[in-house]
Design a protein around this ligand. Structure first.
Ligand code: ADP
Ligand code: ZN
Length: 520
C-alpha cells in the first residue's frame, strides 16, 4: 500500500500530466485520488462527465499491483479499455466477449496489468477468487456502484456478490463510483460495500450550462422540431417504447429535413452500432432512442436531450440529461410529459414486490415534484442530491418565465366528486364533459346529466380542468383503473373533506405554433 499521501500527491500530479495529459485535477478528483493512494476506501459521487475514471486509473498506474474494476456493461468496459490503452495504461478485460483470456491471465499473474475490468457475475465464482489471489491487487474500483443498492434505480443482484469477494482481500482499498445516488442510496451503497462513513466524497452536481425545461406534451413532434430549430447541434430524444422511437425518428426527419436515426434494443446489432457511430461522428444528427442508449458514450457536444414521457426517477433524469453539454457550452434539457406517463408508472407499482413498493412510490413522488414545481428546476434537482442551491438559477424555464400558481381547491373537490359520483370508471374527458354540462349522448345514456355535479364548472375554470387532472394524476390523487378510467387515490379523500388544499402550476404562455409537424 502507498506510504504517505502528502508525499504521493506531487507524484500524482506528475502522473496526471505525463499519463493523462491534464494540467490539473478537476472538482474533487484530487481528494479521491489522495484517499485512494493512502489506501483508504471511498464512495465518490460525481456527476456524469466529472471524470470519475481518472480517480481509479491514476492510482492504478501509481500503485503496485493490479486495480480490479467492476463494471456492469461489456460495452462500457471496452470503451474504458480503449481510452486507458490510448493513454498507455496496461489494461485488459475478462468478459464473455473476450478471446484472449489466457494472455490476460498470464499478464495478470506476471504483475503486468494496471487495470483489469471484470463483470460483476465473475465475483461469485470461487475459481475467480483463487485467480485474483495469484497476484498482487492494488485496488477494487466499483463502477456504477448504485447498482448494489435496491434504493438505487438500477439494482443488479450480482453486485451483492462483490462484498464477499472483496472481504477476502481485506488489505485492498475499495473505491466505489457513481453519478446517481441520493442520500438513502449513498448510505446503502457504503454499507453494502463496506466503505466507512467518512469515505464519502460528494462532488457538485450542478451543470450550469444546461437549461432545464419541463412542459406538458401536446404535440411532441412539433415540440421537438421547435427545440431542434433552437439548438441546431446533435441531440438525443428519449422515448419509452421501441415503436415510439421508430415513429419519432421518422416523423422528426420528415418534419425537419434533418438526419434522425433510431436506436433501441429491437434493432439488429449492426444497425445499432452503425447508428451510434454515425451519431458520435456527426455534428448535427439527432438520435431517437430508448434509455438503452447513452451509457458510456463519450460525445461532449450534445446540444440537447429531450424526453418524450417521464424518465424513471429524478436520478435517471439527471443522468440522462447530463449527456447534454459535456463540453461546457450551452445545452438544453427538455421534458414533454403527459398525465398518462404517471398513471402508467403508478399502475405498475401494483406489480412491484411489496418491500420495494415504497421506494418506488417515493421515487415517483419526487419526480412529480420536479415536474410540477413552479420554482427553480435546478434547485429541486440539486436539493434532491443533498445540496443547498440558491432559490433561483436564471437558466431554467421557471426562472426565465415564472409560471402562475393557482389555488384550485374548490375545483379539485368538484372534479374528484364527479369521479366518485360517476362510479370511478371514466376517463378525464368524460368527467370534463359532465362537469361542464356538455350536451352529449353518452352522458344522457348513463344518466350523468342528472347528477348533482353536472354542469357545475363554467367559464375560466373549465380551462383549468385539464391541467388540474394532469396534476392530480402526477401526484397520485387520481389513479388509473384497469379499464382506462380514473379512481380516487392518494390524498383524494383529504381534498374532498377540505383537509387539504390544492394548488397547480399554470405554464406562462402556452405557445401555439403553426401546425405542420404532424401529430405524435
Ligand atoms: P465520468 O465517468 O465521471 O462520467 P469520465 O471519466 O468519462 O467521466 O471523464 C469525462 C471527461 O473528462 C473525459 O473526456 C476525461 O478525459 C475528462 N477529464 C477527466 N479528468 C480531467 C481533468 N482533470 N482535466 C481535464 N479533463 C478531464
Ligand atoms: Zn432555475
Amino acid at each position: 500500500m502507498a506510504s504517505s499521501p502528502t508525499l504521493d500527491m506531487p507524484n500524482a500530479r506528475e502522473t496526471l500530466r505525463a499519463t493523462f495529459g491534464f494540467d490539473d485535477f478537476r472538482g474533487r478528483q484530487a481528494e479521491v485520488v489522495e484517499r485512494t493512494l493512502a489506501g483508504k476506501s471511498s464512495l465518490a459521487v460525481m456527476p456524469t462527465g466529472a471524470g470519475k475514471s481518472l480517480t481509479y486509473q491514476l492510482p492504478a498506474v501509481m500503485l503496485e499491483g493490479t486495480c480490479v474494476v467492476i463494471s456492469p456493461l461489456i460495452a462500457l468496459m471496452h470503451d474504458q479499455l480503449r481510452s486507458a490503452r490510448a493513454n498507455g495504461i496496461r489494461a485488459a478485460t475478462l468478459t464473455s466477449a473476450d478471446a484472449d483470456w489466457r494472455e490476460t491471465q498470464d499478464a495478470f499473474r506476471a504483475g503486468e496489468l494496471d487495470l483489469l475490468y471484470i463483470a460483476p457475475e465473475r465475483a461469485s465464482q470461487p475459481a475467480f477468487r483463487d485467480f485474483l489471489s495469484s497476484s498482487k491487487l492494488a485496488l477494487f474500483a466499483i463502477d456504477e456502484a448504485h447498482c448494489v443498492s435496491e434504493w438505487g434505480h438500477d439494482f443488479r443482484p450480482d453486485y451483492r456478490m462483490l462484498r464477499p469477494l472483496m472481504d477476502a482481500f481485506p488489505d485492498v482499498a475499495r473505491l466505489a463510483l457513481t453519478a446517481t445516488a441520493d442520500g438513502q442510496t449513498r448510505v446503502d451503497v457504503m454499507a453494502q460495500l463496506g466503505i466507512p462513513e467518512e469515505g464519502l466524497v460528494l462532488a457538485g452536481f450542478d451543470r450550469p450550462n444546461i437549461r432545464y425545461a419541463i412542459r406538458p406534451r401536446d404535440n411532441p413532434v412539433r415540440q421537438i422540431a421547435a427545440l431542434m430549430a433552437e439548438r441546431p447541434g446533435p441531440g438525443i430524444v428519449y422515448a419509452q417504447t421501441r415503436r415510439k422511437v421508430e415513429e419519432l425518428a421518422e416523423k422528426l426527419a420528415a418534419a425537419t429535413g434533418r438526419k434522425v436515426l433510431p436506436y433501441h434494443a429491437g434493432l439488429p446489432a449492426e444497425t445499432r452500432a452503425a447508428n451510434q457511430a454515425a451519431f458520435v461522428a456527426s455534428e448535427d444528427m439527432v438520435i431517437a432512442a430508448t434509455v438503452a442508449f447513452g451509457m458510456g458514450i463519450d460525445k461532449p457536444d450534445v446540444r440537447f436531450v429531450a424526453h418524450v414521457g417521464v424518465p424513471k426517477s429524478v436520478e435517471a433524469y439527471y443522468q440522462e440529461t447530463g449527456r447534454a453539454g459535456r463540453d461546457g457550452d450551452p445545452a438544453a434539457a427538455a421534458m414533454f410529459w403527459g398525465a398518462g406517463d404517471f398513471a402508467t408508472a403508478r399502475a405498475r407499482l401494483a406489480e412491484v414486490d411489496e418491500d420495494r413498493r415504497n421506494a418506488e412510490r417515493a421515487r415517483l413522488d419526487a419526480l412529480a415534484g420536479l415536474v410540477e414545481t413552479a420554482g427553480c428546476r435546478r434547485a429541486v434537482l440539486l436539493r434532491h442530491f443533498g445540496e443547498s442551491p440558491p432559490e433561483s438559477c436564471g437558466n431554467c424555464d421557471n426562472c426565465l418565465d415564472r409560471p402562475a400558481v393557482t389555488q384550485v381547491t374548490e375545483l379539485a373537490r368538484k372534479l374528484l366528486s364527479a369521479v366518485y359520483r360517476t362510479g370511478q370508471s371514466f376517463g378525464l374527458g368524460h368527467i370534463q364533459k359532465v362537469l361542464t354540462g356538455a350536451n352529449d349522448e353518452r352522458i344522457r345514456q348513463r344518466g350523468h346529466d342528472r347528477l348533482s355535479v353536472f354542469g357545475i364548472v363554467e367559464g375560466e375554470d373549465a380551462l383549468l380542468l385539464q391541467p388540474l387532472g394532469r396534476a392530480l394524476q402526477a401526484r397520485g390523487d387520481l389513479v388509473p383503473t384497469e379499464h382506462g378510467g380514473l379512481a380516487l387515490g392518494g390524498s383524494a379523500r383529504e381534498i374532498l373533506t377540505g383537509a387539504r388544499e390544492v394548488e397547480i402550476v399554470v405554464p406562462p404562455k402556452r405557445q401555439r405554433r403553426s401546425r405542420g409537424g404532424g401529430s405524435g
